[in-house]
Write a protein that binds this ligand. Structure first.
Ligand code: BG6
Length: 478
């Protein structure tokens, strides 16, 4: 098999990502500072794999110097994490900052910069303060939108001089989809209107935070965006009914955020369908203007797997509340390649197809792959005699995805970087430490000690040489 060298463009950012709640642990948090994730875990730790959760996580709060040093050694261009809103603020109404937390984030940011790693900061990776859920119904409340904007402003004021990349949200669609549409997660409600209001309010909150950021002029090189988990959506067939199913899926799970965040307008078709099903959210013209005038300056996309859909085969149960799947069913392509640990299809061409979509339909806006990666169960079985995890599958996964991305860049895509999920293994929602994602292992049997995996050494080489080698030919890649 012939191998080919794939070169990274000159200023291409090759980094890694994580979030506050998945790494930090509760150390340093005051009693009232629970986040949504914390109360979800506390509600029933048994639902979390082997009982692990955010309690200690990777103990990043105590070990970040060690981790940042490793990032520096590997030569990461950038590291993305979040600020935990519930930790950072001590009075959520006035947005009074918690000095201990502010000091910790300050030191983390400085340490990253000192080690040559560009910090990228996300303002919400599901870390809504739990008390705001209890008191106001969380993101369903416009008051919470205002409190978020006050919190965001404090972050900009404290770190905007040094942080050049801010993101308002990570995957803002996820919590309400799982909790209020699918009802598979805490607080286990089924309420489509609430889910839709949460989505709309987050779009509004993002636009308001962007407005505030622009007004503040914190850094002449600074940019602000949002991170979306847009899925490349393929219909089962080219038949009209399947294509329509894919279009509606795309509307509800992609365009609902992508259109307002990048183009400043909510899709008309979406508003019509919601009205038809009596699930419209509440909005005002003034809010729509704010959304219109405050689109993102950079877009982050988390890309893991495609969505494949078909028209429904079965009738809808009319006694259940409206769910977008009224119009589609998920479709499993026979023969597809799978990551069985996570249950996600592996289809690296999504990088290219998404890049082309952003180029052709979204004004070729500057964007980054803010997450892509491979979570694998029982990775300890891949250790060599020196105890180093031989994760060749991860190297293959990253290479294959990266080269599709590079092909898109050659064809004019404005993608500026690729951030692997994740730098170290960390806690997944409910799956906890089941599937390992890191370039660096967290050894739970050995005091959470860190050990670079084979993929970590490989990443280091790619970062140093600015190229990697991969098979010259696979059936679809031309
Ligand atoms: C993304 C999230 O959806 O995927 C992360 O931003 C998450 O928080 C990652 O951990 C991997 O998914 P999971 O469910 O395997 O952790």
């Amino acid at each position: 098999m012939a191998y080919k060298k794939y070169y990274l463009p000159k200023d291409f950012i090759l980094g890694a990502a994580a979030s506050a709640w998945q790494t930090e642990g509760w150390c340093g948090k005051k009693e009232f500072q629970d986040s949504f994730m914390d109360v979800w875990y506390k509600a029933d730790p048994n639902l979390w794999h082997n009982g692990y959760g955010p309690t200690i996580a990777t103990d990043f709060y105590n070990r970040y110097h060690e981790d940042v040093k490793l990032m520096g050694e590997i030569g990461l261009n950038a590291y993305r994490t979040s600020i935990d809103w519930s930790r950072f603020i001590k009075n959520y109404e006035t947005a009074e900052v918690d000095e201990d937390a502010a000091e910790y984030y300050n030191d983390l940011i400085d340490d990253l910069i000192k080690n040559g790693v560009e910090p990228m900061i996300c303002l919400e990776h599901y870390e809504l303060p739990a008390v705001l859920l209890e008191k106001y119904g969380g993101w369903g409340s416009k008051h919470v939108v205002e409190l978020y904007v006050k919190y965001a402003e404090q972050v900009f004021k404290l770190y905007g001089d040094r942080v050049k990349y801010f993101f308002t949200f990570n995957e803002p669609i996820v919590i309400q989809t799982r909790a209020f549409l699918d009802s598979i997660r805490y607080p286990f409600k089924q309420d489509t209107k609430t889910a839709m209001q949460w989505s709309y309010n987050k779009i509004l909150a993002s636009a308001k935070a962007i407005e505030d950021y622009k007004r503040g002029n914190y850094n002449k090189d600074g940019k602000i965006g949002i991170i979306l988990n847009i899925e490349v959506t393929y219909p089962r067939s080219s038949a009209e009914h399947d294509v329509m199913a894919a279009k509606i899926y795309d509307l509800f799970f992609n365009r609902i955020f992508l259109d307002p965040c990048v183009k400043g307008v909510l899709p008309d078709e979406l508003l019509k369908i919601l009205k038809y099903h009596h699930c419209s959210f509440e909005f005002t013209q003034e809010e729509l203007n704010i959304i219109k005038n405050n689109t993102v300056q950079i877009l982050g996309l988390n890309l893991y797997a495609p969505a494949r859909v078909k028209a429904r085969d079965s009738a809808w149960n009319p006694s259940t509340p409206f769910h977008p799947s009224y119009y589609y069913e998920k479709f499993e392509l026979p023969g597809r390649k799978m990551n069985l640990s996570r249950g996600w299809e592996i289809y690296p061409k999504i990088m290219y197809d998404m890049a082309m979509r952003i180029k052709n339909e979204y004004g070729n806006i500057e964007w980054l792959v803010t997450e892509n990666g491979m979570g694998i169960e029982n990775e300890q079985n891949f250790k060599n005699e020196d105890g180093v995890i031989q994760d060749d599958y991860r190297i293959e996964f990253i290479s294959d995805h990266l080269r599709w991305l590079l092909k898109a860049i050659e064809e004019g895509s404005n993608c500026k970087g690729y951030m692997l999920w994740a730098f170290t293994d960390n806690v997944s929602p409910q799956n906890a430490f089941k599937n390992r994602y890191g370039l660096v292992e967290i050894d739970l049997d050995d005091n959470r000690n860190r050990r670079i995996k084979k993929s970590g050494y490989w990443y280091k080489e790619v970062l140093k040489n600015r190229y990697f080698e991969y098979k010259d030919f696979t059936p679809e890649y031309k």
